[in-house]
Design a protein around this ligand. Structure first.
Ligand code: DX5
Ligand code: ZN
Length: 223
């Protein structure tokens, strides 16, 4: 069964950082459901973006839930700072965390929704035991670090398999797909079983953002 409470989560990694407040307002007023905040430490992934302080400023610029994606090696140390800064959903990488079950409990205790991200080459079996405890799985459809990369279509059957497992172990699970998602492929990603769509270049390189988001919703309606 595919959930169809579609959520569009534009990723600020592809926004114009000279006008970040305006960019956030434009997508927030343009029909986005979440704001995706890519936190990169230059260690777990080759790029370096922002930390809790800027995340707190982003929170001030929108009423939408912050969908914070931690691509960092020390998530078990710094996760609290991002919840404090305003993360509504906090996603950590299964590849970067030693004690995942404990971390998920701690994230939820602090009042945030808990997500686990899975890189393209990581089997979904890596998250099967934690599925009943989490709110979201972020299925990476690019190798994390940079926006504008091509969607890795080998992830599509992986999404399908995860949806089948989730229908048994956690039917309420949100499946988020993150990387190379755009108007041209969003319906295909939804048909595979995803219901949360991160889009960086797909949104922020296609002004006006509200038209792009509207077209994405129309494409989803046909999925
Ligand atoms: C990995 C990031 C993504 C993503 C967004 O690099 O986690 O959120 O790349 O940008 P696009 O949609 O342009 O790939
Ligand atoms: Zn991301």
């Amino acid at each position: 069964m595919t959930k169809n409470n579609w959520k569009i989560s534009p990723s600020l990694i592809a926004a114009d950082y000279l006008h970040l407040g305006d960019e956030i307002r434009e997508v927030s007023e343009g029909g986005a459901d979440y704001i995706h905040v890519d936190v990169m430490d230059g260690h777990f992934v080759p790029n370096l973006t922002l930390g809790p302080e800027i995340t707190a400023f982003i929170k001030k610029a929108t009423a939408l839930p912050l969908d914070v994606h931690l691509m960092i090696s020390n998530a078990e140390v710094s996760f609290k700072d991002y919840i404090q800064a305003g993360a509504a959903i906090l996603t950590v990488h299964v590849e970067a965390v030693t004690h995942l079950h404990r971390l998920i409990q701690e994230i939820k205790k602090l009042g945030a929704k808990a997500g686990v991200a899975v890189n393209p080459a990581t089997p979904i079996e890596a998250v099967s035991e934690i599925l009943p405890d989490i709110d979201l799985v972020n299925m990476m459809s690019v190798n994390p670090g940079f926006y504008g990369q091509a969607f890795i279509s080998a992830v599509l059957p992986k999404i399908q398999r995860l949806r089948e497992i989730a229908d048994k172990r956690n039917p309420a699970l949100d499946i988020e797909v993150d990387g190379g998602v755009k108007l041209e492929n969003i319906a295909q990603v939804a048909s595979a079983g995803a219901n949360v769509f991160v889009s960086g270049a797909g949104v922020f390189k296609n002004k006006p953002y509200k038209d792009t988001i509207k077209k994405m919703r129309q494409a989803l309606a046909g999925a």
